[in-house]
Every structure is written in structure tokens, then in C-alpha cells.
Design a protein around this ligand. Sequence first.
Ligand code: HEC
Ligand code: HEC
Ligand code: HEC
Ligand code: HEC
Length: 437
Amino acid sequence: MDNLKLWYWRPILPILIGVWIVAIFAVRWFAPAPPAPQTPSSRLQPSITNPSALAGTPTCSARGCHGGIDATPNPDRCQQNEYMQWARDPHADAYRTLFSERSQNIAKHLGDKKAHEDPRCLACHTNLLLASLPQDRAFVQQERLFGVGCESCHGSATGWLAAHTAPDWRQKKSRYAMPDLADATVAARTCAGCHVGAPGRDVNHDLIAAGHPRLAFEYGTYQAKMPAHWRPSKKSDAHLWTVGQVVTAQAALELLAHRANAGPWPEFAEYDCFACHHSLTQPSARQAPSRRKPGTLPWGSWYFALTRDVAGPLPALDVLEKTMQKPLPDRKQVAADTAAVLAEMKKHHETVVYENSRKRILDRLRTGTLAADASWDSAEQLYLALHALKPSSGLSDLAVERAFAAGFDGPLSWPRDRRGPFQPSRFVEKLKLLASE
Ligand code: HEC
Ligand code: HEC
Ligand code: HEC
Ligand code: HEC
């Protein structure tokens, strides 16, 4: 029934929106807020800061604003049909998801209240700020129906809502605290808050075991999967991939520091799932020789699979990895090691270019170090990387696909598809052969 109610709202939105716009503009007229000063660092912070500053998705969706049917032709302006594009985006349904059977089961397993009332779900399935407000407020009850609405990514709007309709907005934009999502670093950081996790927004092993999908975010892929409500971007796949690798590694480190300070510990979601969840058949890919000592836990298999290829050697990351591989890592040590890696990555930030990443990855492929560590996670990251980094010297899309096909042959029992079981190490071995040809 609740689901039906949500759909019922959409058709009467234009009316709501009209009233809303008039109200907001009236308020802005009598009490104009000074433009927030914007420093480079504040532009990289998660965008939402002040609860009372949320204006609500209906303030954006009027026909003449962002709720148009067709894209406007002027390439110097936004398309003005963003709301209609967003309406078919999975983000529009993120709150509705909390009423699904799966969500109800998750909530039941966690022994919590209803998923759609639980601030820990609302923090990502609406936004962090809305989740922090009393849920019985009329504004909150209305806005959360929009799931991950416009301000979840574009930031609290009241500070710039009136100003951003002015004809000279593009010139004045930098004076306001509107995050510039056309900048891949800013956008990737925004996504990472929900798709990697952050303090207060965490899909840890408790949530996963209760039934939540594991979060394994790769920025370029996800950006491409989102129905675009922006004009075609000139940014290359390689650029998005590289930025995404750096930003998601940093976000994962910040989350780890938070988990080490305040979360359940040790945190199983930090590790390769197949280290513990595997069948006991022999021979097994897990027994193949690798850099890791037998018995140590494979940490960071997703977010750190290719970090060194992107950022160059990171001795502090090697130290953290050793700490995390212990059966019960010391929380304080982890927090300290994590801070050291973050500092090291910041130092390297300037020198991160994708040409270097491509070269390092191909070198590691040819020398066999990538094959020795092949896991499901690293194979998937490698697959996405090679497609994003094309034209890669020597490895065409076709070669990557041939190697991928060769991976579907071997004794590992999961995951299966109609081609049989997939074995990551076979995929990487085949890539090695093709890269050395
Ligand atoms: C850290 C942010 C975060 C938190 C906290 C969170 N989720 Fe999610 N949830 C996501 C993201 C991101 C996805 C999409 C995952 C993907 O496809 O990569 C998702 C997906 C889901 C799905 C699967 C949706 C589908 O279409 O199959 C369900 C169900 C779900 N979440 C329910 C919940 C519930 C219930 C809670 C609270 C107990 C919760 N989530 C807490 C971020 C979060
Ligand atoms: C999940 C995150 C997300 C949500 C939710 C979202 N956007 Fe966006 N939006 C983006 C990103 C990322 C870009 C920039 C993409 C690029 O240029 O590469 C963008 C770009 C835009 C632009 C183009 C800006 C320009 O300078 O041309 C407009 C306008 C816009 N969004 C409006 C909206 C509106 C209105 C909503 C709500 C109906 C909304 N967005 C919801 C992520 C989001
Ligand atoms: C406020 C939290 C939040 C932010 C910020 C956010 N997302 Fe999401 N995203 C979600 C949730 C929650 C879901 C799952 C929705 C569902 O299925 O109910 C999701 C789903 C998705 C999906 C669909 C995944 C699938 O398996 O089909 C894509 C793609 C996606 N997000 C891309 C992005 C990108 C790109 C950005 C940044 C520009 C971003 N998201 C920012 C919360 C967020
Ligand atoms: C260090 C070992 C370890 C790692 C690593 C680990 N898990 Fe678990 N997981 C467990 C244990 C032990 C249980 C069973 C807890 C119980 O039944 O009380 C469990 C339970 C689960 C369950 C619930 C299964 C059920 O039938 O109730 C799921 C789902 C799950 N894990 C998924 C994952 C995913 C996904 C990952 C990777 C992100 C992961 N686990 C990483 C040890 C681990």
C-alpha cells in the first residue's frame, strides 16, 4: 500500500512545485542569505552540511526549471529536463526500495525497526541530512518520498537556489557552495559517500549478512550506468577510471579509520569474501602460490586491487596491509596506519596520470605478479580497468574479451553461468599471454 502512495504523489507534483517555488522565492526575497564563501577544500567535502538548508526536490522540478520534457538546444545551458531523466534513475526509487520484501527481511535480521524508518538505511536511501531530522516533520515525510533526490548529490540548495536562476550564474557560480559535479573528483567523492560508505553510512558485514548487497563501487562504470541528465561530457573513460580509483581508495581508507575507531571489529567486509565463504573442493585457486602468507587474511581485495598501479609505490599501504592481514588487527594501529596512507596518497595526487597506470598494469601483467594475486575482485577490477584505459598498448577490447571467455573454464565452483564456472586466475593468465604477444 505504501508503494502505491508514493506513485500517487508524482502526478500532482507540478502543483506542489508551483506552490513550493513561490514560497521559497518569497522567503528568499525577505531574507536573502549571503553567498557562502567557497574554499577549494570545502568543495571536496561531502556536499550537504546544514539540515535547515534543504529546499526539497519539488523546488527543482517545475516545467520551466528542471522538469521540462525535452532537452533545451542551447549547449551553454543545462538541458532543463533533468528531473524527468532522474525520475527513471534508480536513485528516484531508493526510498521505495526500503519497503521491499528484501528490505523488510534485512530489517528483521538486524532486529531493528522498519527499514523505511531506520536512520541507518535512510542515510543512503534518502540522504544523510534528511535522515538526521525528526522523521515526523511534514517536510521530511514529503522529501524522503523522492529517495536520493537532487540535493543528495547537488548539495543543500537554499544557499544558491535563487541565485542560480540568474543569467550570469555560470560566471558567479564559484562564489556559492554548490558542488561542481562536472569535476570528476568532486562527483566521485559525492557518490563514494553512499556507494563506498562513510562515517554514519556503512554497509558493514552485519548489514551484508542480514541481506544487503555488498558495495563494490567503480566510479566510471557507475557513472556510465546512471541515466545521464547532463550534456555529453568530454571526459575520457580513462580519466574517470583513474580519478575513481584514487577517490574510492581514499574513501575506503576514511571508512576503515572510522570502523577501527567505532565499528564492530574485526570488520569482515574489509576482506575478500571468498577467504571465508568458499567451497572446500580441491584443488582450489585459494591454495595457489601468492604474495600472501598462508593463513593471513586477504584485505582490501576490491578498493586496493590496483591502487599502487595508479598512485605508484605506497610503502604506507604495504604496512597497513600487513596490519590488516592479522587475525585480530589492533584498532589503534589500524587508525594510525590508515592516516599514514592517506597522507602518502595526498603527496602523490599530482602525479597520478592514466598513461602511467596503463604502463604499470601491463608491466605487472607481463611479469606475472598480477596473476599470482588473482582473486574474483582483482580480476573484475582489471577487466574494468583495461576497458577504461583503451586504447591500451597491445591489449584491444577484443583481447580482453577473449581472455574473459578463457576464464570460464576450471574447477572453482562459483560464480557459474551458462559457460561454466569462472576462474579469475585463468582470465589473468590468458591476459598475460596476450599482453606478451
Ligand atoms: C552506505 C550506504 C547504504 C546504507 C547504510 C544502506 N544502503 Fe541499501 N544500498 C546502498 C547502495 C549504494 C545500493 C546499490 C548497490 C549497488 O547496486 O551497487 C543499495 C541497495 C540496496 C538494496 C537492493 C536494491 C535492489 O534494487 O535490489 C536493498 C534491498 C537495500 N539497499 C536496503 C537497505 C536497507 C534495508 C538498509 C538499512 C538496514 C540499507 N539498505 C542501508 C547503500 C546503502
Ligand atoms: C546521484 C547523484 C545525482 C542526483 C541524485 C542528481 N544529480 Fe544532477 N548531476 C549529477 C552529476 C554527477 C552531474 C554532472 C555530470 C557531468 O557533467 O559529468 C550532474 C549534472 C546536473 C546538471 C548539469 C549542470 C550543468 O552545469 O550543466 C543539472 C542541471 C542537474 N544535474 C540537475 C539535477 C536535478 C534537477 C536533480 C534532481 C531531479 C539532480 N540533478 C539529481 C549527479 C546527480
Ligand atoms: C545519497 C546516497 C547516494 C549518492 C550520493 C549516490 N548514490 Fe547511487 N545509489 C544509491 C542507492 C541507495 C542506490 C540503490 C537504489 C535502489 O536500488 O533502491 C543507488 C544506485 C545506483 C546505481 C544503480 C546500481 C545498480 O546496481 O543498478 C548507480 C549506477 C548509481 N547509484 C550511481 C551513482 C553515481 C554515479 C553517483 C555519484 C554521481 C551516485 N550513485 C551517488 C545511493 C546514492
Ligand atoms: C573473516 C571471515 C569472513 C569474511 C571475510 C566474510 N564473512 Fe560473511 N560470514 C562469516 C561468518 C562466520 C558468517 C556466519 C555468521 C553466523 O551464521 O552467525 C558469515 C555470514 C555471512 C552471510 C549470511 C549467510 C547466512 O546464510 O546467514 C552473508 C550473506 C555473508 N556472510 C556475506 C559476506 C560477504 C559478501 C563478504 C565480503 C564482503 C563476507 N561475507 C566476508 C565470515 C566472513
